[in-house]
Design a protein around this ligand. Structure first.
Ligand SMILES: [Zn+2]
Length: 94
């Protein structure tokens, strides 16, 4: 059985997780379709080590950085061919 202190600590952890999810949702809502697709492409296809091989997470919100620019360019090219929603469906089966 959990003590009151354990429950309070668990509540704090969950509140922090909720705050982080809200922050990520707000950030996602503010992104363009190209940025959203670039993010999904990076999640799906980047196999580099994120400690020293890919700078995506160093400047996650800076779309002028090379890692972000690389994926934005891919997203822009893809969106000239297929609609965003179609590409999401394609990604879901890859
Ligand atoms: Zn990466």
């Amino acid at each position: 059985m959990k003590t009151i202190k354990m429950l309070e600590e668990e509540i704090k952890e969950k509140e922090c997780e909720l705050a982080e999810l809200k922050r990520r949702k707000i950030k996602f809502d503010c992104m363009t379709q190209e940025q959203r697709l670039a993010t999904k492409l990076h999640e799906r296809f980047c196999h580099f080590n994120h400690t020293d091989q890919c700078g995506w997470f160093y400047c996650e919100d800076d779309w002028s950085q090379s890692a972000q620019k690389n994926y934005i360019e891919k997203a822009e090219k893809i969106l000239l061919i297929v609609k965003y929603e179609t590409m999401l469906e394609i990604l879901s089966v890859l």
